[in-house]
Design a protein around this ligand. Structure first.
Ligand SMILES: [Zn+2]
Length: 272
C-alpha cells in the first residue's frame, strides 16, 4: 500500500512503509508581504519539524520546477535526504548556491530515474500556468545566486516538468501547475492525477485534454491552498480565491468521466 499525502502548495509525500519520497515540498509558507517585498528565507524551524516528523530521513526528492513555492525549502531539506534528488539545471544551480555538493540528477525532459528499487520518476516536459495577470510568472533559469537570499523573481521557473512516479506498478502524475505540453505527455497514462487548480481557466488543454490523454482512475485537485498562510491543525485550511472549483470539476469530469474526483485535505493520506 502507498500512502500519498498533500503537504500544502504543490507538495506531495509518498510514504512507502517507512521510506518517504517528496515532490516539491514547501513548508515555509511565507507571508504575502514577504513574497512581494522581501528576500525569501526558508523557515528553518518549519523545515526542522517537517523532517523530524518523518523520522529525520528523506529517501528521495523531486522538483517539478524551481519557483519559490516549489524549491525554496529544498536546500534546507537536502542534508536530511539520503537518496536521489531529481530536477532541472536551475535546481542544480540553486543547490550549488547554497554550497551543497552537486548531487542533482539533472533532467531535460523525458528521462526516467530510479529513486529506489520500487519507485521511479519520469520527468515529462510540461508548461506552466498563466497565473500572474495572464502570464507565466518568473520565466527563465536560476542563473547563479550572487546574492542570497533572493527575492521571489530570483526563483526562475527553469525547465517545467510534470513528474510521473511509478511505485510498484501504480502510477501517479504530479501536475504542479495548470499547464500542459500535449506532445510531451502523449502516451503517458496514470492511476492518480494530481492537478493544480489555480489558473485552469487560462489553459483550456489542461482541463479538456490532459485527463482524457492520461486516463486516471482518480483526479485529486491540489495546490489551491493559500500558501501564504499557515495550514493550521483543524479540519479546515486557507483556500485561494476565485478558483471556480465547481467549474474545474465539471471540466475535468467532462474530459474524462471515468475518473473519480477526490478531495484531499492537506496532511491527510490517500491510500492506494
Ligand atoms: Zn510555479
Amino acid at each position: 500500500m502507498i500512502k500519498i499525502r498533500w503537504t500544502g502548495a504543490a507538495g506531495l509525500e509518498f510514504d512507502l512503509g517507512g521510506r518517504t519520497f517528496l515532490v516539491d515540498p514547501y513548508v515555509s509558507r511565507l507571508s504575502k508581504f514577504s513574497i512581494l517585498f522581501k528576500a525569501l528565507v526558508s523557515d528553518k524551524s518549519a523545515v526542522q519539524s517537517f523532517v523530524q516528523d518523518r523520522d529525520g530521513s528523506i529517501a528521495g526528492m523531486v522538483a517539478g520546477h524551481t519557483h519559490f513555492d516549489h524549491a525554496l525549502d529544498l536546500p534546507g531539506i537536502l542534508p536530511f535526504c539520503r537518496g536521489p534528488v531529481v530536477g532541472s539545471k536551475s535546481l542544480d544551480t540553486l543547490l550549488a548556491c547554497h554550497g551543497t555538493t552537486p548531487r542533482v540528477t539533472v533532467c531535460q525532459g523525458g528521462e526516467t530515474v530510479a529513486l529506489d528499487h520500487d519507485i521511479s520518476v519520469t520527468m515529462i516536459l510540461s508548461a506552466h500556468g498563466r497565473v500572474m495577470l495572464g502570464r507565466v510568472p518568473y520565466p527563465g533559469e536560476i542563473n547563479g545566486c550572487t546574492r542570497l537570499p533572493m527575492k521571489a523573481p530570483g526563483y526562475g521557473l527553469g525547465t517545467m516538468f510534470m513528474p510521473k512516479l511509478v511505485i510498484n506498478g501504480t502510477t501517479i502524475i504530479h501536475a504542479g501547475s495548470a499547464g500542459v505540453d500535449l506532445h510531451a505527455v502523449d502516451g503517458h497514462t496514470c492511476d492518480v492525477l494530481f492537478m493544480c487548480v489555480p489558473g485552469w481557466k487560462r489553459s483550456p488543454d489542461y482541463v479538456t485534454t490532459l485527463p482524457r490523454l492520461v486516463k486516471p482512475k482518480i483526479i485529486v485537485p491540489f495546490h489551491y491552498d493559500d500558501f501564504s498562510r499557515p495550514l493550521g491543525s483543524g479540519p479546515g485550511f486557507p483556500v485561494l480565491p476565485f478558483l471556480d472549483m465547481d467549474g474545474f470539476v465539471r471540466a475535468v469530469s467532462t474530459s474524462w468521466p471515468k475518473a473519480d474526483v477526490v478531495f484531499l485535505n492537506p496532511n491527510r493520506s490517500l491510500e492506494i
